[in-house]
Design a protein around this ligand. Structure first.
Ligand SMILES: NC(=O)c1ccc[n+]([C@@H]2O[C@H](COP(=O)([O-])OP(=O)(O)OC[C@H]3O[C@@H](n4cnc5c(N)ncnc54)[C@H](O)[C@@H]3O)[C@@H](O)[C@H]2O)c1
Length: 256
């Protein structure tokens, strides 16, 4: 996983390591899929495979939750969904604001996955006066003049920044001053925030660059070994193993 400045200690107050916290959403996604298929129980091996995590690591992670499963039966899917959701704070409503309603901001606003995971889009904010009042995903865009009032009125603690890079720090400063303590930053710039504010950065172009690196290496290996006759399964396994970070997953979201 990419390292960066983090504003949290490596271990949360309740004793759950950050690396475990980072894997909980992976388990939850896999468990939710099982739940939707009405699968009642799952073994650690099955769940680990579905989440793309090593099964010993999964058992260790779940021990932090006080969940040990039942020998020969496995883990209760519904109960684990509840436990992980509770641990991640997803059993409560988290109003979020999206700032910068251009191509990306509008796409994010239209993404149904936020609301279904407890992240209600409370407001869409843009600096362009021509955008004010225009509906995007059924919500009227509001002007940045109203940013502070919107945060206060909706009790927003999570802000999503989808502005051009040059505007991101200023938007971030305003969000933080207004009381936002968690920021998801899509703008390609490093944000400076005070202690106590968490920033997560999403950059798809970095993910593509990492894939390009592996593509280049695969091509180099083919040429060096046998002119491309390497067994594909062996090669895929090698690349997959190389790609996995120490946590056994390949995160698309990085610390700021
Ligand atoms: N992280 C990723 O993977 C990823 C992918 C695509 C785009 N991006 C980044 O997301 C950002 C948005 O991209 P886009 O294609 O939607 O751009 P865009 O130009 O379509 O939209 C930007 C919007 O931000 C608004 N804006 C500008 N300054 C503002 C301010 N100070 N406060 C509030 N709103 C402001 C503009 O009016 C505009 O509506 C860019 O920084 C881009 O590089 C990141």
């Amino acid at each position: 996983m990419a390292t960066g400045r983090t504003h949290r200690p490596a271990t949360r107050s309740r004793g759950i390591p950050e690396a475990t916290v980072a894997r909980l959403p992976l388990y939850l996604r896999a468990l939710t899929a099982l739940s939707e298929r009405s699968v009642p129980t799952v073994s650690s091996e099955e769940l680990a495979a579905a989440a793309g995590v090593n099964s010993a690591k999964l058992r260790k992670d779940f021990s932090y939750l006080g969940s040990y499963g039942t020998r020969g039966v496995g883990y209760d899917v519904e109960y684990l969904v509840y436990q992980i959701s509770r641990e991640l704070g997803l059993t409560q409503d988290w109003p979020v604001v999206i700032v910068g309603i251009g191509n990306l901001g509008a796409a994010l606003a239209n993404y149904g996955g936020f609301a279904s995971r407890g992240f209600r889009v409370a407001a869409l904010i843009d600096a362009d006066p021509a955008m004010a009042g225009k509906p995007v995903a059924g919500i009227a865009v509001q002007h940045t003049d109203e940013l502070e009032q919107i945060i206060a009125d909706n009790g927003v603690s999570i802000g999503v920044i989808a502005t051009p890079a040059g505007a991101a720090q200023q938007v971030c400063d305003r969000l933080v001053a207004a009381g936002v303590t968690s920021i998801l930053n899509f703008a390609p710039t490093v944000l400076t925030v005070p202690d106590g504010v968490d920033v997560r950065k999403v950059d798809l172009s970095i993910e593509l660059q990492i894939l390009a690196f592996h593509e280049q290496r695969k091509a180099g290996e083919d040429a060096a070994h046998d002119g491309g006759r390497t067994a594909p399964a062996v090669r895929a396994a090698t690349v997959a193993a190389d790609r996995k970070g120490p946590d056994g997953d390949v995160p698309a979201v990085m610390p700021a």
